[in-house]
Design a protein around this ligand. Structure first.
Ligand SMILES: [Zn+2]
Length: 458
């Protein structure tokens, strides 16, 4: 893959702290159609997308495009925004399929945490590199990551040319003593965040695991640190029934209520799962502007439950879609989440119109961007980053197309990651004809295979 790396030029791998450069050239992309990723489900046929210096400068019907002498790339299919994976632990690509059949509490404490206690930063870097390539091939251009050795996650993302929001985790599990006390982890997370505050590809935040695993005083300090720096606070909430029963009994209130009462809410906050939420809990999320990362496939696989997606959207809560880690999914394919989110919302409400194809697709694009608090990704509109993918529509999945809405219907109900041909991040092509240009995937697979085998040895 070295020649391909050389060919794409800017923004290769480098040490943490340095920043990739975008390609400072302008280009016009012409496509059979473009889907903007907005809530209205706007589709333009015979469309143009103008990119300059990594940002979108114009998008719409080609007939209305302003005069341009920029070089032109013709794409026969459809241009979609890059998908935004709102919740993930991508380096768990080291543990795919391990602990199959266990419920969440036993899966974490008996299988995952002991293995993760043996991880080194190099393991995380290698696993993130492979996972990032997988996501880029699936048209996911941004992922929200929560994993130990956050600087290694940042390094890997710089190598692959993806975009990420990297949440330094807080968790004290048996076998994790070498990662320091929670106070030490919080201090390290804050220092790391301050170092990479102005990186155009990576945003850093803090990711305490959950209210039932991280003491409230630490959550309060983490919330204060994120508010002070305008960072995202990302946490698992109400993933499984009864997971926080002891804490809730002690306080006589639900976890969302406890968080509100302790001043933890109010900044930029993203809560993963939110399956076991009462109406009052959902009202609190709406009141405090808490975004939700809905992970239906992980919730189904671990028998956690079905999150009240429709109730969230009715309250105006910003919801995005997440794959969760590849060890509880078992892949990093957000297209599967789009379809399952729609299926479960309809099943739960016995209403075939409960979540339209337009809404389902928006959840993975503009909706996810809003949930993670970003107005510079997720949608194709002037001023946002040129993060997009090219979908092959010359396939049975896209026949017939009688109206613009049919394109969204097909994207949700019959297409999938296998139709993603090419991917760009900040105007730089990182996937061409299904091949990730920035990662030697056979070598990356071999490395993760070898490291996974070592980590399995207790
Ligand atoms: Zn998670």
């Amino acid at each position: 893959m070295a020649p391909q790396n050389a060919q794409i030029g800017a923004g290769g791998g480098h040490a943490a702290g340095k920043v990739s450069t975008t390609i400072a050239t302008s280009r016009r992309y012409r496509a059979g159609a473009v889907v903007l990723g907005d809530r209205a489900g706007t589709v333009h046929r015979d469309a143009a997308l103008d990119v300059d210096d990594g940002r979108i400068t114009w998008v719409g019907p080609a007939a209305d495009a302003p005069p341009s002498d920029a070089p032109e790339t013709r794409l026969p299919g459809l241009i979609s925004p890059g998908l935004v994976n709102a919740h993930c632990h991508s380096p768990m690509t080291l543990f795919r399929g391990i602990g199959e059949g266990l419920p969440l509490n036993r899966w974490l404490s008996e299988v995952m945490w002991p293995r993760e206690g043996r991880l080194a930063a190099d393991d995380v870097r290698a696993a993130m590199r492979l996972a990032s390539a997988e996501m880029l091939r699936h048209g996911i251009t941004t992922s929200v990551e929560m994993y130990i050795y956050a600087p290694a996650v940042v390094d890997a993302v710089h190598e692959t040319g993806a975009r990420a929001m990297v949440m330094a985790p807080l968790l004290a599990a048996p076998g994790w003593e070498h990662l320091g006390t929670l106070d030490e982890q919080l201090e390290r997370a804050t220092r790391h965040a301050e170092r990479v505050l102005d990186d155009p590809y990576v945003e850093v935040g803090i990711g305490p695991h959950a209210a039932y695993t991280v003491p409230l005083d630490i959550l309060v300090k983490a919330a204060e640190a994120t508010r002070e720096h305008g960072m995202l606070l990302h946490i698992h909430v109400a993933e499984t029934q009864g997971e926080a029963a002891e804490l809730e009994r002690e306080h006589g209130a639900s976890v969302p209520r406890i968080m509100a009462d302790h001043g933890i809410l109010g900044g930029r906050m993203l809560a993963a799962h939110c399956v076991w939420m009462s109406d009052a809990d959902l009202d609190l999320w709406a009141e405090y502007g808490v975004g939700v990362a809905h992970c239906p496939q992980s919730n189904a696989k671990l028998a956690a439950g079905i999150a009240p997606l429709v109730g969230m959207l009715e309250r105006g809560i910003q919801v995005g879609l997440g794959t969760d880690g590849p060890a509880s999914n078992n892949n990093l394919d957000l297209w599967e989440e789009i379809r399952l989110a729609a299926q479960l919302a309809r099943l739960l409400s016995s209403d075939a119109g409960a979540l339209s194809a337009t809404d389902a697709f928006w959840l993975a694009t503009g909706g996810s961007a809003a949930a993670v608090g970003r107005d510079d990704i997720g949608l194709l509109e002037p001023g946002r980053w040129a993060d997009f993918c090219h979908i092959d529509t010359d396939d049975v999945a896209f026949i017939p197309v009688e109206s613009d809405a049919d394109l969204l219907t097909h994207l949700v109900w019959s297409a999938g990651s296998q139709h993603v041909r090419d991917t760009w991040v900040a105007g730089r092509q990182v996937v061409a004809d299904g091949v990730c240009l920035t990662v030697d995937e056979p070598a990356a697979r071999a490395e993760v295979r070898e490291r996974a085998a070592r980590l399995a040895q207790a």
